[in-house]
Design a protein around this ligand. Structure first.
Ligand code: C3B
Length: 829
């Protein structure tokens, strides 16, 4: 018989796979087996990395049966699947999350102890997969966690970057970037599937041909690359479910460039092929400021085309009636990065499946939905027509045709208003001919959502207002959320224990239950325990910082944290001006040092490598920190910490320890924020503007438990309209003037006035994000913070209420909103 006619007859080959027994013995046995057979070492000669890999493999083995089972079930049931298309997944470490999901933490700890291994030593080895920049990538990771926990059939699709977000180091206070070789020591959490590879094409031209009397178009590409899927497990929390995250890696095809090959240059021909592997080499480190680079468009098309082909060819059964596609899938576009998927699905349906344009368009419009994550005009992606046409000629034609039909619709609806046509066209003309990806997504998507109430409102009123007028029902809001498993249960075990002892265990999957804590906010014993947890978390963070940087947090300090990407709109500069002002007040003798509430200011932030102003700000923070931390006049009162390489792992130590959460963006600029949610959920009070999800946090936790300051979005608009002159604020506010003068005079640069000159003149003469206008209000709010912190009982009460009222910000709730408002998929148990 041929191999394909062979059928398994052995009973073991017919039985479903079984997980190892969920016991310490079972775990030990499998762990040693993996150490011996996978790592090829004996326990006695193994090093920590071998042990970590064997441990990860063991956890994986426990999840494997469920994973295979869920995949089989999904393919049997063919129920509607959420395909989350995202160029970024900022996953964070896997080991603890997967142990927790599979209820293996205690068993594994004990099993390793019996092998003479401290599991903490192995935990520390894991290099987190940093396949994202910041909020958007971390949001995707929270969403897939929630979807698995809610038993929603989901495939997360993305790119397996060989190098994730760069490692940040500081040299003389300035950021230097180092490559993030996260795969170097092995990748125990994913499985390559070369048998399911897709060939992805680029370049070339299009041609028309006669197909039985019908004229059709086809793409004749110039070069190909293989997309090899790597599957990662996405376990639900305590529900036995394991979904899949499928990340694509670019691999050279075997097809030689015949021209070079025939000319006898074998080596050149192989080199030309392997060049294509660059596509998945590195994550672009620009957070919300796309650079329009060709490689980035290659990345986007690469992963989206592979994902659509994967779904159509491998997930759907043979012979599936594609007119029913919208009943089987929703492709959620995580920002504009995957929007090239729209013309790709059209190309597949029309060119490859022979469907009529109108039928294909009707299907496509139902299969996509678009989430917008920004309001900054410079963050809305556009691709030059030149570039797009060169790389994806057929897609450009399709985009033109979509646009033609769309503009006809606009004319029918609003008349021949040429100005409006120009404004709404998917093709922009200035400063160069380009495709506006956000518009394409809006035209094609069944729904368009913003990520917080205010943001969605501003999308409707400003950024996409003409589209909202045309299709009001298309626009909706889903306020972001964060997973309580990683950001409370895992990151803050002591608070989790306190909550579970107080309310029972259900809160991890039903976060609104935290409301039950309100009743304890006035209970002295509960308050005391809550405060003790916060203090313990600060000491734990202090130990983490001591081990990595040799810095510490002193007891009794208010821990004031600002952790997020470095960006002018987020206004780290405003924070620095506050620190410099507080320092100046003491050293100039205007405020007696003993009256000052001791504070540690903690920053965590990476800057895009090419973003000069952001790098000046990093330098300034470090320079101020160096002076403040060394000045005996403020010792014990003010301290500035800026640990390098802020990432998910570090966030998990910082967030539970924080007292004050800095959310100080200029109103109307931060789409949502998610760090703000994580910090409130862990009992930090927010000092913030009425921006993004801060608005909803304040509404929920109450004005008494939130320090609001600064202009509202309409006030910002009004000040712009009136003509903003930052120097006026400098002249009018003495505290501001003194702080700026101190920096300008070189107090933090060894007397060198030139070092921060660009930053200072930017503030005084440009200040796009109006830091100076909000400075006075910010300092007043900080005084309210100090006063509030002095009454510890009241502060702890507010902190408890922040936790109790943050249940809304669970990503489980966000997923329910997406399911109800956009996806209409249901759980499959
Ligand atoms: C971010 C936004 O800046 C945040 O306000 C928002 O909370 C998150 O997305 C998640 O919605 N964002 C990002 O990280 N990268 C972009 N390119 C655009 C927005």
């Amino acid at each position: 018989p041929s191999a394909s006619e062979l059928r398994p007859t052995h009973p073991l080959a017919l039985a479903p796979v079984a997980a190892p027994p969920a016991s310490v013995d079972g775990f030990v046995r499998r762990f040693l087996q993996n150490l011996n057979f996978d790592q090829g070492v004996a326990l006695s000669t193994s090093d920590d990395n071998d042990r970590y890999l064997a441990l990860a493999g063991t956890v994986r083995d426990y999840l494997m049966a469920r994973w295979l089972d869920d995949q089989a079930q999904q393919s049997r049931q063919q129920s509607k699947t959420v395909c989350y298309l995202s160029a970024e997944y900022l996953l964070g470490r896997q080991l603890d999350n997967n142990l927790l999901a599979a209820r293996l933490t205690e068993i594994a700890t004990e099993a390793l102890a019996q092998c003479g291994i401290d599991i903490d030593d192995l935990r520390a080895l894991e290099i987190e997969p940093g396949l994202g920049n910041g909020g958007l990538g971390r949001l995707a990771a929270c969403f897939i966690d929630s979807l698995a926990t809610m038993s929603i059939p989901t495939i997360g699709y993305g790119i397996r970057y060989e190098y994730g977000i760069f490692r940040q180091a500081f040299a003389d206070g300035q950021q230097v970037e180092q490559p993030d070789a996260w795969l170097r020591l092995g990748s125990p959490w994913d499985f390559p599937h070369p048998e399911a590879a897709q060939t992805i094409s680029f370049g070339g031209r299009t041609e028309t041909y006669d197909d039985d009397g019908v004229e059709r178009t086809r793409w004749v590409p110039e070069w190909n690359v293989l997309a090899v899927p790597y599957n990662m497990m996405v376990p639900g929390y305590h529900n036995g479910r394991v979904n899949t995250l499928r990340l694509w890696r670019a691999v050279a095809t075997n097809a030689f460039d015949l021209h070079t090959f025939n000319s006898g240059d074998y080596v050149a021909s192989v080199r030309a092929q392997t060049f294509a592997e660059n596509i998945s080499k590195v994550l672009y480190p620009e957070d919300s400021t796309p650079q329009g680079k060709e490689l980035r468009l290659q990345q986007q098309y690469f992963f989206v085309a592979a994902s659509i082909a994967d779904f159509v060819e491998h997930v759907l059964p043979d012979g599936f009636d594609l007119t029913k596609l919208p009943e089987r899938v929703i492709f959620q576009l995580n920002d504009t990065h995957p929007v090239i998927g729209v013309p790709e699905l059209m190309r597949v349906l029309v060119d490859e499946k022979g469907m009529e344009w109108d039928a294909a368009w009707a299907i496509t419009q139902k299969c996509f939905a678009y989430t917008c994550h920004t309001l900054l005009p410079e963050a809305l992606e556009v691709w030059s027509v030149d570039l797009l046409g060169r790389l994806l000629p057929r897609h450009l034609e399709i985009i033109y045709r979509i646009n033609d039909a769309f503009l006809l619709e606009v004319r029918e609806r609003f008349g021949d208003d040429e100005m409006l046509i120009r404004d709404m066209s998917i093709i922009g003309e200035h400063p160069f001919r380009s495709v506006r990806m956000a518009y394409l997504a809006t035209v094609a998507g069944s729904k368009v959502n913003g990520v917080a109430e205010l943001h969605s409102q501003l999308l409707r009123d400003n950024v996409l207002k003409d589209f909202a007028r045309m299709w009001p029902e298309k626009f909706t809001n889903v306020t972001n959320g964060v997973t309580p498993r990683r950001f409370l249960r895992l990151a803050n075990p002591e608070l989790s224990t306190l909550i579970t002892e107080t309310l029972g265990a259900g809160w991890t999957v039903d976060l609104e239950r935290l409301r039950g804590l309100e009743a304890y906010a006035d209970d002295p014993e509960f308050r005391e325990r809550f405060a003790a947890v916060k203090a313990a978390n600060k000491r734990r963070l202090s130990r983490v910082l001591a081990a990595r940087d040799g810095t510490t947090i002193d007891d009794g300090h208010l821990l004031d944290v600002m952790i997020k990407r470095l960006h002018e709109y987020k206004r780290q500069t405003l924070k620095v001006l506050h620190i410099v002002s507080a320092y100046d007040e003491i050293v100039s003798g205007r405020v007696p040092v003993e009256k000052v509430q001791p504070r540690t200011f903690l920053f965590g932030a990476k800057a895009a490598p090419g973003y000069a102003m952001a790098k000046h700000i990093i330098h300034l923070i470090n320079a101020v920190g160096e002076v403040v931390n060394a000045d005996p006049r403020v010792e014990g009162r003010l301290k500035v910490l800026y640990p390098s390489n802020y990432n998910v792992t570090l966030a998990e130590s910082i967030i539970p320890a924080a007292d004050l959460s800095e959310q100080i963006s200029l109103a109307g600029k931060e789409a949502s924020g998610t760090g703000n949610m994580k910090l409130a959920l862990n009992g930090a009070l927010t000092i913030g503007t009425d921006d993004g999800a801060n608005v909803e946090i304040r509404q929920l936790v109450g004005d008494d438990n939130f320090f609001l300051f600064g202009m509202s979005e309409p006030e910002v608009e009004a000040l712009w309209a009136e003509g903003y002159r930052p120097a006026d604020f400098y002249h009018e506010d003495e505290r501001l003037r003194r702080a700026i003068d101190l920096i300008a005079a070189g107090a933090f640069s060894g007397g060198d006035r030139s070092v921060f000159e660009p930053l200072i003149s930017n503030l005084l003469y440009d200040d796009r994000f109006m830091a100076l206008a909000d400075f006075g209000s910010y300092l007043d709010a900080q005084e309210r913070v100090d006063a509030a912190y002095a009454d510890q009982d009241a502060w702890v009460r507010s902190a408890i209420l922040n936790v109790a009222r943050s249940g809304f910000f669970s990503s489980d709730r966000a997923m329910r909103d997406y399911l109800d408002r956009i996806w209409h998929a249901t759980p499959v148990h």
